[in-house]
Design a protein around this ligand. Structure first.
Ligand code: GDD
Length: 393
């Protein structure tokens, strides 16, 4: 792969944010170029062998999930965390049947579990991590909640890198690229605490019966603006470095995943920046993780070659996401009165029932949970956990 080197890197305390890097070629020929990094496929493959891709899914079209699963590089482990409908119209069963057939044909390692499995809730309860449980001790609805389950399963199978891919993607080839882009980021990383966030080159929409290749999503434009404002007002130097505030497509080293805090639902991605700025930024008070602070937290932002075409979920969904995003920034330790007032203006009519954005309940790091024990508790007892092994190795 040939990827542009970042022209600039913003350093905010222990957090290094690299400027957007474009994919120049998905394949490359070892040509030495001072402005680009050539990453041989063997190096990418070494990362993929240590990589789990978590796919959170809730009631998506089965054809889309099927395409996404078939696109994930073979060397990775796939982890599907489903929160799809059960009961009479058992979508989870359809997903399971499809995955069983796919595994028969491919023999790729896949783990599947349902978010509402009582044994999953019980395993969290036993681990003392009840922050994502509802009053019935089941895991709440929410994409972040599904991602946390996925991360624990990834840890239980010993993976060093954990990435995420949405299940509603219409272009399987783009999913394959996303995973390779993650691997490229980790090949460039100098810190064991690093994150790769993707910026889609285009997000096509149908406008007046024609395809329009839109560059920025409505929510991400706002989120990026406020994350940059947070950085600018605290460093005293204006910046526009953050362009991946809402990156649903992102990946982390397991070491970083272990020390992150998580915000619920769709606010998980913008909060990752807020947390890192608060905890490791210029004004961090006491360092809970000195090793990470010393090594530095490295964030890569990569622009994909492929466009992103996915299911549209409607206006209310967009407003909820916007609210979730801006709330995490509003509640940041670094947010001053100026940024707060701007955020309130931005939320305008979305906030008609509140005077100020509601506080977000943050979930603590998962590093303290014994992932092997978590898995042991599920295996044998859980009705929905299926572990499809890779039989080639
Ligand atoms: N396990 C689980 N549990 N999965 C869920 C849940 C849940 O409660 N809710 C949603 N998902 C799955 C969806 O099925 C999909 O695969 C993925 O999470 C993303 O959800 P979408 O509803 O498709 O989100 P979106 O397309 O509007 O937003 C995506 O892109 C944004 C950036 O533009 C998400 O990835 C956002 O998190 C991201 O910020």
């Amino acid at each position: 792969m040939l990827i542009e080197l970042p022209r600039q890197t913003e350093v905010f305390g222990s957090v290094k944010i690299h400027e957007l890097q474009r994919i120049l070629k998905l394949d490359s020929g070892g040509f030495k170029n001072p402005r680009a990094k050539d990453i041989p496929f063997d190096e990418l493959k070494d990362v993929l062998n240590r990589f789990a891709v978590v796919i959170p899914v809730k009631d998506e079209k089965i054809h889309l999930l099927d395409g996404v699963l078939r696109a994930i590089p073979f060397n990775c482990t796939i982890i599907v965390v489903s929160n799809s409908e059960r009961g009479e119209h058992d979508l989870y069963k359809m997903e399971k049947d499809m995955i069983t057939k796919l595994h028969e044909l491919t023999q790729q390692e896949v783990l599947l579990v349902h978010q509402k499995d009582p044994e999953v809730g019980f395993a969290f309860y036993e681990a003392g991590y009840d922050y994502l449980l509802d009053k019935d001790d089941l895991v709440r609805d929410g994409k972040a909640e599904g991602m946390i389950i996925g991360m624990l399963l990834a840890k239980s199978v010993g993976k060093d890198f954990i990435g995420f891919a949405d299940a509603d993607n219409y272009i399987p080839g783009s999913v394959r690229e996303y995973v390779l882009d993650y691997a490229a980021g980790f090949c460039m990383s100098e810190s064991p605490y690093s994150m790769v966030r993707l910026h889609w080159r285009y997000k096509p929409k149908v406008v007046e019966e024609r395809l329009y290749f839109k560059k920025w999503g409505r929510v991400s434009e706002v989120t990026n603006k406020y994350l940059n404002l947070l950085l600018s007002t605290n460093s005293g130097f204006e910046t526009g470095v953050v362009v991946t505030g809402n990156a649903g497509e992102h990946a982390m080293t397991t070491k970083l995943a272990d020390i992150m805090r998580y915000s619920p639902g769709y606010s998980i991605e913008p909060y990752q920046f807020v947390y890192l700025f608060d905890e490791f930024g210029l004004k961090a008070e006491k360092m809970a993780y000195p090793d990470a602070a010393n090594a530095g937290i490295e964030i890569f932002q990569i622009e994909t070659l492929n466009p992103h075409l996915h299911e549209e979920k409607g206006e209310k969904h967009i407003k909820d996401m916007l609210l979730g995003s801006v709330c995490t920034i509003y509640n940041s330790k670094l947010c001053n009165d100026y940024v707060r007032s701007k955020a309130l203006e931005e939320l305008g009519d979305i906030l008609d029932t509140w005077e100020k954005p509601p506080e977000v309940t943050i979930m603590p790091p998962i590093g303290g949970i014994d992932a092997d024990r978590f898995m042991d508790m599920l295996e044998g007892k859980s009705e929905t956990l299926v572990r499809y092994k890779e039989t080639r190795r």
